[in-house]
Design a protein around this ligand. Structure first.
Ligand SMILES: [Zn+2]
Length: 264
């Protein structure tokens, strides 16, 4: 079976579309929107699952966000997944750590049918599917983990005024919901063509014509990220209020708790 190949030239959107093409989900698997976003039912298609509160992972008193993960043992090579998980700790306060007994919420990373994740924390053990057939790339691992952390696709950004959606026959083929505008939690950062959450020019095209073109210069390259962009990590740090001054934060918390006790 194809576990890791060398499709270096494919963008994240192309890799995801290739892996999820002709997907036949099992009865216990979710429906997908936008190519790889898991929903419990078709009825949730119009809802933005992460703007209502409660989808963020919890922060601990040391300023870090610890997210337990479990990697199913059917992978021959877990390194690419582990590398993706660890890449977050060097740029943010997100700390993925192995599942331990007693954890109530965790990411269950499994090779199911396709690459997909829910948006944000949904409770219990939530599946992040990274199929051995086509999902084991650094960029697809980062992409699915950003979904699990609460982020949507960049091209569905409410403020995408610099992106023209080409009205083509695909919109009559029921593909338009892949482009619905939603709150992508961009945290005040500008629209980012280099986001790992941005699909490329021909995403979801049924006729080999572009579905998206940048404005004003339609020749600008986009959707070709090879890893999380600066904006991706800025958004992550702002959404989770990661602070470079974690030690100071800890000292202040301790002083505050001593002060509260002393005042009682
Ligand atoms: Zn996605």
């Amino acid at each position: 079976t194809l576990e890791v190949d060398t499709s270096q030239e494919l963008s994240v959107g192309e890799l995801l579309e290739r892996a999820n093409r002709d997907r036949t989900p099992n009865f216990d698997e979710p429906v997908l929107i936008g190519g790889d976003i898991a929903l419990w039912s078709e009825a949730d298609r119009n809802a933005d699952p992460c703007t209502s509160s409660g989808c963020l992972w919890l922060k601990y008193t040391d300023g870090n966000v610890y997210i337990p993960y479990y990697i199913a043992n059917h992978y021959c090579k877990q390194e690419i997944i582990v590398r993706g998980l660890q890449s977050f700790s060097t740029v943010s306060c997100i700390r993925f750590r192995p599942y331990q007994n007693g954890d109530h919420e965790w990411l269950s990373i499994e090779s199911r049918n396709g690459c997909y994740s829910h948006v944000g924390r949904v409770g219990g053990g939530q599946t992040v599917s990274l199929s051995r057939q086509g999902c084991l790339y650094h960029i697809t691992v980062q992409h699915e983990l950003l979904h699990a952390l609460g982020f949507n696709h960049e091209h569905t950004n409410l403020f995408r005024s610099n992106l023209k959606l080409c009205i083509s026959p695909l919109f009559s083929l029921g593909m338009e919901y892949n482009f619905y505008k939603i709150n992508t939690l961009n945290q005040g950062t500008p629209y980012d063509y280099n986001s790992v959450m941005q699909y490329e020019r021909y995403a979801f095209s049924k006729n080999n014509l572009p579905t998206m073109e940048p404005i004003p210069n339609s020749n600008v390259s986009f959707g070709k990220a090879t890893q999380m962009s600066q904006n991706d990590t800025d958004r992550l740090n702002r959404l989770y209020k990661c602070c470079k001054c974690n030690k100071l934060y800890t000292i202040i918390s301790i002083l505050f708790s001593l002060y509260s006790r002393w005042c009682d």
